[in-house]
Design a protein around this ligand. Structure first.
Ligand code: LMR
Length: 346
């Protein structure tokens, strides 16, 4: 057992015995440790703090939410283990990180170009597809509460990335998703899985040469300081599922759980209103430094990127499920049809 794992087990045991204390239970607030890996000023970081405020207010202080940003407590993989062991109660991992839990379907969100717009993405996460995906977590001892947004990703490197051929043999950092691995290989790059907290240093030292992320994640981790070029490719999506330890959640008094549900709904609305704005602001800030060139692809270049990456959708059918990919594509068509008359009226 490594040290981190020992710490997870010990803190789970401490949390458990504290919960058993006779008087402590009557007086002490219920503590929700909410761990995440990004900066407090990102959309996820701000929404976690908003949830804390709303939850503590709605429960009149009977619940205390402790937010731990920037991998302060755990890195990507360890935080999922910690949640299952009960050492933390709440997380919001990116949808690309559920594969190691055995819920591969979440990697559908990583498929290149599967979401033509945010409206379409929302109709998937907020509709029956999103609900059935969250349900799949229950057998892992996890309850899914909400989907949170980040945005569409850009690519970065120390050389301009304009055409698929520019990726040849480039060591690109990815999250732990087989779809992202296939996406980078489709571009001819060499994908390397790294925890989010290790990316800045890996870029700085040349362990990896490039990465993909949202502008808000790049900027708040200062990755742009060690990347000379950012291509606004919007080739894929990054979002989150807010999850809790199921045993903890089911064991809460009903009125508390209801209040927390309400706080989560409100925090989710807030999160979705700030995500795009913050990404736009981060991209503008990166541009403003004058040290990183922000590349916009021509329609011809965009078509080349699509041609290289769209086949990943079909190649990943066996892993993710053909029906799920088809139902997302159907939802895209339905949403596009719903938008069409509105667009025509404008
Ligand atoms: C990443 O690892 O790049 C992201 O998942 C980080 C995050 O939580 O946004």
């Amino acid at each position: 057992m490594n040290l981190r794992r020992v710490l997870v087990v010990v803190s789970a045991a401490v949390a458990f015995s504290a919960a058993l204390g006779p008087n402590a239970a009557a007086q002490a607030p219920i503590v929700i440790k909410f761990s995440h890996v990004v900066a407090p000023e990102t959309p996820k970081g701000q929404a976690a703090l908003r949830f804390k405020l709303l939850a503590e207010r709605a429960t009149g202080g009977r619940v205390k939410v402790e937010v731990y940003p920037n991998s302060q407590l755990y890195k990507d993989k360890e935080e999922l283990e910690a949640l299952q062991l009960g050492a933390v109660q709440m997380l919001a991992p990116s949808l690309a990180k559920f594969g190691p839990l055995g819920v591969k379907e979440f990697e559908a969100f990583d498929l290149p170009y599967i979401f033509p717009s945010k409206a379409m993405l929302n109709s998937v996460t907020e509709g029956p597809i999103g609900r059935s995906l969250l349900k799949k977590l229950e057998s892992k001892g996890i309850t899914g509460l909400a989907f949170w947004d980040n945005g569409f990703k850009v690519m970065s490197a120390n050389k301009p990335l304009r055409r698929p051929a520019d990726f040849k043999d480039l060591r690109m950092r990815i999250q732990s998703s087989n779809v992202l691995d296939a996406q980078m290989r489709a571009l001819g790059a060499s994908p390397q899985v790294l925890a989010f907290s290790d990316v800045y240093q890996a870029l700085q030292t040349g362990v990896v040469e490039g990465t993909e992320n949202t502008p808000s994640n790049l900027y708040t981790q200062k990755m742009n300081e060690v990347q000379k070029y950012v291509t606004v490719s919007n080739h894929g999506y990054l979002g989150y599922a807010v999850i809790v330890n199921k045993k903890f959640w089911d064991g809460l008094p009903t009125d508390i759980r209801r209040a927390l549900d309400g706080a989560m709904q409100e925090a989710t609305v807030y999160e979705k209103t700030i995500a795009q704005r913050d990404n736009d602001a981060a991209l503008a800030a990166i541009r403003k430094t004058g040290k990183t060139e922000v590349i916009t692809l021509t329609p011809q270049e965009q078509a080349e990127w699509r041609a290289a990456m769209v086949p990943v959708q079909r190649a990943m059918q066996t892993r993710i499920g053909k029906d799920l990919i088809l139902s997302i594509n159907r939802e895209a068509a339905r949403e596009a049809a719903a938008q069409a008359p509105t667009a025509a009226r404008r």
